[in-house]
Every structure is written in structure tokens, then in C-alpha cells.
Design a protein around this ligand. Structure first.
Ligand code: NCD
Ligand code: ZN
Length: 351
């Protein structure tokens, strides 16, 4: 039996308020616990988006009623809210900025709209950027100009990881995260090209990109799922929304990579616990750990998951390493496939 600290996932789409048919604070936090994740940071592209005091209260109200693991909620940068967000910073996980297009309506196209957010949001909270390729380069330039930390969400490309390495070497305050689907899948497999289930932002990349992420693991600060549940009906429709669920497959995939000799347990602890804690200034969860049967081999199946979305891009994958038990703040929260804490057990870590 392997014992690890509870994992932190800094990138989760909970879907509440507004799209609870996909997921809500209850189902998302059950999926988290089943995956060995004891703290999630929730993204603001809900309906409505979280971009002022009233919408933040809406999300935090739902979370308080329903969450079973610990959490914090991001606020989102819009065209008109740079003046009001600093007052909400201490209640938030940080500020998320959508600089490239994706699911939801929060994209900031014009760079002059980025400037007041970089200038005004408190510097002890990182700005989390959804920015790909050259937009990412622009985001790093902004970090240098405004001399403040930025965290690049879900990097997927060779050019991105190499630029981040160069920026770090020059002392620019940039950190980054990578998602399991960009480490374990490419857009090149024919089986993945056929359906809307492959739609995700950033898109699945090439084998060259995937290899570059593995070769530059030392540059990657965090693993993050970008758990972005959409129902199987939506994914198989004419107009499939982008996004993959990921909370319940993160750890088994990483542990399988450890078994394959591509990763170490120390790196998992560094990128899923210690670095997110440091980057997002999160409290240590006392009496919190997970127990793993390293030798348990099994197949991933959507029917076994707690997420409401009903599918996984890793359906049928054989993995090695199973979460047996999760203890959160002294209480057994998950054991042998069962959730053992009620809604409201989860705490907002920003209080
Ligand atoms: C995310 C979603 O569905 O909310 N989709 C995705 O493909 N990753 C949005 C996002 O994180 O960009
Ligand atoms: Zn996301």
C-alpha cells in the first residue's frame, strides 16, 4: 500500500451555476475524491460566468451546500471588471483570463483589455492564462512587463514548453500545468479522429509535442486535469462542445506511467501537491492522505465513474494503481469505491 498526500487539482470545471446536467458541486467533488483529489480550484466559465461579487457568491453558495472535498473558486477577467475584481481576490482562487477562444463567453481578444487586469489584480495571486502558442508568448511578455506571476493553463505544444523553459531561465515569473490527455493522447490516432469526443481545447497535439512534454517534465510545475465534463449526448451531437472529464483518470494514468518507468512518485507529489500549494498559496490539509494499491490492475470504464457526464476519453484503457482510501481532515471520505462524506463536508480554503 502506497500512501500519498491528498492531491490538488488546480483546473476543474464544476459547471455550477448553470449547467448542472453536465456536473455540479456534488458530482464534481465526488469524482475528485474517487480520484484521490482532496482540493479543487474551480474555473469561472459557468452560466453565468463568475465575474463579480454576486456571481462569486452564487458559486460559493452552491459549493457550500454541496461540496464534499475542499475547494476555491476562480473569478474570470471580463472587458469591464478589472476595477472590481481586486476586492474579491482574497475570496477567490485567483484570476482566470481566457485569451484564446474556448467553451464559454469570457474571451478577451484585444490586448488592451488584458492590461488593467495585469496592472490591478493583487500580485500575490497568479493570473491563470488560457493562452496557446503565440498568445502564450504574449502572456509571458505581459508577465515580464508588469513584473508579476502568471500561470499558463494546459500547455500542449513543444514550442510552448521550450519557450516557458527559456522564460524561466531568464527569471520571468511563469509557471505552467499540463493535463493527462496531452501527455497520453495525440490527435493522430485514427480512432480519436472520428468523433466529437476528441474535441478539447487546446486540441490534442502530435507525437512530437507529446514527446517534448515528457522530455521537459522538469519545466512542468503542475499536473491539472482541466476536468471539463460535457454529456455523452452533447459530445456525440452535431455540434460537440470541447472538453474531457479527467478527475478520476488522473492518478491511475500517472501511476501507470510510474510503473512504466516514465515518472516517479516524487514527481507526482511535487506537481500535484507541493507546487500547486506554493503557486496558488493554498493551505496544507491536515490529517489528509490517500492510500493506493500500486499493484491493482484494472480497466477504466465510464460506468464506474462519479462524474455526471457519462464518458471518458480513456474508456477501456488498462491501468495499474488504484485509489483504495481517501482521508480528508481526519475523516475517511472514500473507500473501496464508496463516497463516505456528505455534501457540506468540503471547505472553502480561502476563508
Ligand atoms: C473547457 C470547458 O469545457 O469548459 N473546455 C476544454 O476543451 N478544455 C474550457 C477550457 O478549459 O478551455
Ligand atoms: Zn479549462
Amino acid at each position: 500500500m502506497l500512501k500519498l498526500p491528498g492531491l490538488i487539482d488546480p483546473h476543474v470545471h464544476v459547471r455550477e451555476p448553470g449547467q448542472t446536467h453536465k456536473e455540479d458541486w456534488d458530482s464534481a467533488t465526488q469524482a475528485a475524491l474517487a480520484g484521490g483529489v482532496t482540493m479543487i480550484l474551480a474555473m469561472p466559465n459557468t452560466k453565468p460566468p463568475i465575474f463579480d461579487a454576486a456571481t462569486l457568491d452564487l458559486a460559493l453558495g452552491a459549493a457550500k451546500q454541496k461540496a464534499r472535498c475542499d475547494y476555491a473558486q476562480f473569478v474570470g477577467a471580463g472587458p469591464n471588471n478589472a476595477d472590481i475584481l481586486p476586492a474579491l481576490a482574497s475570496k477567490s482562487a485567483g484570476l482566470k483570463m481566457y485569451l484564446d477562444s474556448t467553451f464559454g463567453e469570457l474571451r478577451l481578444n484585444d490586448m488592451t483589455l488584458w492590461m488593467p487586469h495585469f496592472a490591478k489584480f493583487p500580485k500575490d495571486y497568479p493570473l491563470v492564462l488560457h493562452s496557446e502558442s503565440r498568445t502564450m508568448a504574449a502572456g509571458i511578455l505581459f508577465a515580464a512587463i508588469y513584473d508579476r506571476p502568471v500561470h499558463i493553463a494546459h500547455i500542449s505544444l513543444r514550442e510552448e514548453i521550450l519557450l516557458i523553459r527559456a522564460a524561466k531561465e531568464r527569471g520571468i515569473k511563469v509557471t505552467c500545468e499540463v493535463c493527462p490527455h496531452h501527455l497520453f493522447l495525440t490527435g493522430e490516432e485514427p480512432r480519436m479522429r472520428v468523433s466529437g469526443r476528441t474535441e478539447v481545447r487546446p486540441r490534442l497535439a502530435t507525437q512530437v509535442d507529446v514527446d517534448a512534454l515528457w522530455e521537459n517534465l522538469d519545466v512542468i510545475d503542475c499536473f491539472a486535469t482541466d476536468h471539463a465534463p460535457h454529456t455523452v449526448e452533447e459530445k456525440d451531437s452535431e455540434n460537440p462542445p470541447p472538453g474531457f472529464p479527467g478527475l478520476e483518470t488522473l492518478l491511475p494514468l500517472l501511476l501507470t506511467a510510474v510503473d512504466d518507468g516514465r515518472l516517479t512518485i516524487d514527481r507526482i507529489i511535487e506537481k500535484s501537491v507541493l507546487n500547486p500549494r506554493k503557486i496558488f498559496n493554498l493551505p496544507e490539509q491536515s490529517q489528509t492522505w490517500i492510500e493506493i494499491d500500486e499493484n491493482a490492475e484494472y480497466e477504466i470504464h465510464a460506468v464506474d465513474q462519479f462524474t455526471r457526464c457519462g464518458w471518458t476519453p480513456f474508456e477501456g484503457w488498462k491501468v495499474k494503481g488504484k485509489v483504495r482510501k481517501v482521508v480528508l481532515r481526519g475523516k475517511t471520505a472514500f473507500q473501496d469505491g464508496k463516497i463516505l462524506v456528505e455534501p457540506r463536508y468540503g471547505q472553502n480554503v480561502r476563508k
